[in-house]
Write a protein that binds this ligand. Sequence first.
Ligand code: ADP
Ligand code: MG
Length: 360
Amino acid sequence: AGSVVFDNVTKTYGHGAVTAIDNVSFTINPGELVTLLGPSGCGKTTTLRMIAGLEHATTGKILIGGKDVTQLPATDRDVSMVFQSYALFPHMTVAENVAYGLSATGVAKAEAREKAEEGLNLVGLGGYGSRLPSELSGGQQQRVAVARALVLEPEVLLLDEPLSNLDAKLRRHVRTEIRDLQQKLGLTAVYVTHDQEEALAVSDRIIVMNRAVIAQQGTPRELYEQPQSEFIADFIGDANLVDGEIVNIDGNHARVDIGGAQCNLRHRGQAKGPVRVAVRPDAVQLTGLAAIAGDAHVIETSLKGHITHAAYLGSQMQYSVATPIGELFVIDHRIDTPIIAGEEVAIGFSERGMAVVSAE
Ligand code: ADP
Ligand code: MG
């Protein structure tokens, strides 16, 4: 498996009219699955096509396995790509489609057939080898395309939104299979999706892109727990974005006041003063004031609000809370003692699930 390096790569279309990738640098290590995640039009497909050699960088350098491939045509690069559209040969059987790339590279027929069957088993299509693509559903056809790319065991496997045609349940199943296989074969894989949950589930690392540049990169946990901007906090999971103020700094912790409620946050070098804070829905702690009337001294916070909506979702309660710092979306896993709409609540914040972010 090879590494992939982008060194200050820019790609423009239409003689500079559109900048699809703006001076982007990153390194993908051998055997890693890295996801390019971001909203539609941010440059994910362009990045993938440049790795494949289907587009060429306007400026900058691209290395695969340490070798400069910037000027190398697609056919001379040891990569294989799974497209959004499956692009299967309609007249060939499913097994022939999967074996095609292997035969083309000189693998003996019997071995190619065996590997094709193995590939089909891996994507849950064992026994479908003799059918024609038209006899499969769209989702099954895409799994054939995944199998076809996987059996080539390329230096780098590229997948462009490979699951977008599958229904939600199958999507979870197939993404797990892709991840298992990538790990088993030790493949370097670059996976494109706009679905943040999918990215969190399959990736060693995620490169989040926005408007032709990298917004932030890191492990799924780093991105979720330490978002650096409002964009990342909002794009990876749910977040309430509120105004706060750093009132004290002690080592690597900062004491932050949010509307009168104080909490400790991991401190990343911000000075005292006003900050934006991303608050995960389950980092908000609500205490119904009706339930503890007469015992109000247990409430330390001066931030109060009232429940505008309460919804029971089986494993969690979801609340909307009107507060002086704005509407908060809250998830509470204590479902046995729900708070009812209209009730006044005291609001506190846990340390976990809070991050100081830069304003957009
Ligand atoms: P994503 O895959 O993240 O949705 P793309 O890489 O497809 O984004 O596109 C990035 C930007 O480049 C978009 O603004 C898109 O319209 C533009 N673009 C992509 N391909 C072309 C092309 N062949 N010609 C002109 N503009 C293009
Ligand atoms: Mg795309």
